[in-house]
Design a protein around this ligand. Sequence first.
Ligand SMILES: C[S@@+](CC[C@H](N)C(=O)[O-])C[C@H]1O[C@@H](n2cnc3c(N)ncnc32)[C@H](O)[C@@H]1O
Length: 251
Amino acid sequence: MPVMCSPGAANDEAASEIRSRSSASATRPAYARELFAPLGPPYDRYARLLSFGQDPRWRRFLVSRIPPSALRVLDVATGTGAVAIELAHAVPERTVVGIDQSPEMLAVARARAGERIELVDGRAEALPFADAEFDALTFTYLLRYVDDPAATMRELARVVRPGGTIAMLEFAVPRGVWRPLWELYVRFGLPLAGAAVSPGWREVGRFLGGSIREFHARVPLEALWHDAGIANVRSRRLSLGGGVVLWGTRG
Ligand SMILES: C[S@@+](CC[C@H](N)C(=O)[O-])C[C@H]1O[C@@H](n2cnc3c(N)ncnc32)[C@H](O)[C@@H]1O
């Protein structure tokens, strides 16, 4: 039974799955560019559907971690702009900059972002901003797609002023009795549901479970945040552990 394999075997399998999925690309960012290019306008609808409606709830919790006093906020991996829009709605005086490496996702964001949201084409690994330029920073589902998560965390922290808040949202692997159900969903339900939507979502459905599993086995998230100079790091697992939000203060 695939859901009963040992953690070591699961990690090997996930790693080889990621290698084979990204065989057409040299690096994770290049693979991410290919993955997100065809998802386009219906991205938010299908992301909500395939996460059983949890995705918007997680984003709202993420945005609630950012204090109202943060008036200039950077949203990294902004995609279609859902977090950036939520950040702007939360505080009327706030301006938000959203940055993403996918022109296709940014095109969707541009069509719906209001005037307080500026959208920039760029990479998280080399942000085109000055040190301490922002009061706060959010990022969503990003670190699984970068080659060097530790260096990327340092780059994200660089552009936030000392005392500013940094918050992230990522998928997580549920624990205990929920784990086998999650495995069933990501191994069988998600690939089938993705295939029913479109070829682009089929690829997402096949890739996502292995990517989440492999990422959490490889990357010690809280240590990475501390090493990037972020203090008071806290986390909350959401929806039976299927999502996790981390937040902390730039030292
Ligand atoms: C799953 S989407 C999330 C979008 C949005 N934050 C949301 O919550 O719906 C991940 C986004 O990360 C972007 N991305 C991946 N790697 C990136 C990188 N190295 N630099 C900037 N954006 C990146 C992708 O282009 C994609 O739009």
